[in-house]
Design a protein around this ligand. Structure first.
Ligand code: ASP
Length: 348
């Protein structure tokens, strides 16, 4: 690949996933697996040499469900080194299954204004119309763009630019799977140029000093008629915290309130919504098991974070040594940073 001088420096880290998956030695009948590394991915998109001076790192080669938060802590340290040595931005390619979690972890872990852009593919390279090459090109175009500075970690996919804090995977196979249901995408790509329509403010309340030993945090979804007997086991199983994905704006069946209250006296218990959009309510409903009831009994409101992202934040806070009060403050601050007045954001 020929590289033009004067181009911004960008590193591409590959972690596996569909974008890197091809037939195994057993042939097509055995199914595809992650086999390609960052260098092969970059070399398959010749247009990249006109966008950035690229370095490649094959960091992991795995289905994204096999990644761990410890992997993400190590990756964030590697990304920080790249920024220290002059990278304008960094691209991470990985499986789409966990991008909504990994990208938010990187958003919390990587400091400074330079962008981390996460992408992947829904159609693997053996299929007609694979989306990986176009997604990789767009991701590098965003990472190399001065406009992307200060936006935190981004997910660039299907020609849309999403903030990691809002984005979700919403479809098992569509290339348009990534959506930011509450806020919408920050922008889009046109003819190779990123268009940033909205700027997300810098996140406050992010954990500092996160170690690679990340305590386990459980995530439980409320379901009709469930009695939450799993909650009784959370502490005995060694979890350091719990996120409850409640019904609607923040509700659980009345009969499970005492067990949640008991647990919240011992561990941080975060209340999120299972709906996938909008913000947790705080002051509307007053029935037993309502958001007002649960918050008055010590549960921590997740705000706009869905259950998956609340679990990432709580896990990394605990890995940084935070106690329940610190965790409560961090959730509060992070939510405040998103609703800060425009003037306050401009300086951030
Ligand atoms: N289906 C996944 C993907 O889109 C597999 C994975 O997440 O590794 O990449």
């Amino acid at each position: 690949m020929t590289v033009q001088s004067g181009l911004p420096q960008v590193t591409v880290f590959s972690l596996g996933g569909t974008i890197a998956s091809t037939n195994s030695p057993g042939g097509p009948a055995a199914g595809v697996r992650p086999r390609l590394g960052a260098r092969e991915l970059v070399d398959s998109v010749p247009q990249l040499s006109e966008v950035a001076k690229l370095e490649t790192v094959a960091f992991r080669q795995t289905p994204s469900g096999d990644l761990s938060l410890s992997d993400l802590v190590s990756l964030a340290a590697e990304i920080t080194k790249r920024f220290d040595t002059g990278d304008m931005g960094v691209v991470v390619t990985q499986g789409t299954d966990t991008i909504e979690e990994t990208s938010f972890a990187l958003d919390l872990l990587v400091r400074g204004p330079r962008p981390v852009v996460v992408t992947g593919a829904m159609r693997n390279p053996t299929l007609a119309g694979p989306d990986g090459p176009a997604n990789l090109l767009a991701a590098v175009q965003v990472a190399a763009s001065p406009q992307a500075a200060g936006l935190g970690t981004l997910v660039v996919f299907n020609d849309e630019i999403h903030a990691a804090r809002f984005v979700r995977k919403t479809h098992t196979s569509s290339p348009a799977t990534f959506r930011s249901l509450t806020a919408g995408p920050l922008g889009w790509m046109v003819e190779g140029r990123p268009r940033i329509a909205f700027r997300a403010p810098a996140l406050q309340g992010t954990p500092t000093g996160v170690g690679e030993d990340v305590p386990a945090v459980a995530l439980l979804k409320s379901t009709l008629g469930d009695d939450f007997r799993l909650v009784e086991q959370v502490e005995a199983l060694g979890y350091a915290g719990l996120v409850v994905e409640s019904f609607g704006g923040g509700h659980v069946p009345a009969r499970v309130v005492p067990v949640l209250e008991r647990l919240a006296r011992r561990l941080p218990v975060v209340l999120a919504s299972r709906t996938g959009g909008g913000e947790l309510l705080r002051e509307t409903y007053g029935f037993p098991g309502s958001e007002r009831d649960l918050l008055s009994r010590g549960l921590i409101p997740s705000g706009f974070l869905d259950g998956l992202k609340a679990r990432i934040l709580l896990s990394l806070l605990l890995a940084a040594g935070a106690g329940p009060a610190d965790a409560r403050n961090a959730f509060e601050q992070l939510n405040m940073s998103v609703s800060a007045p425009i003037d306050a954001r401009a300086g951030s």
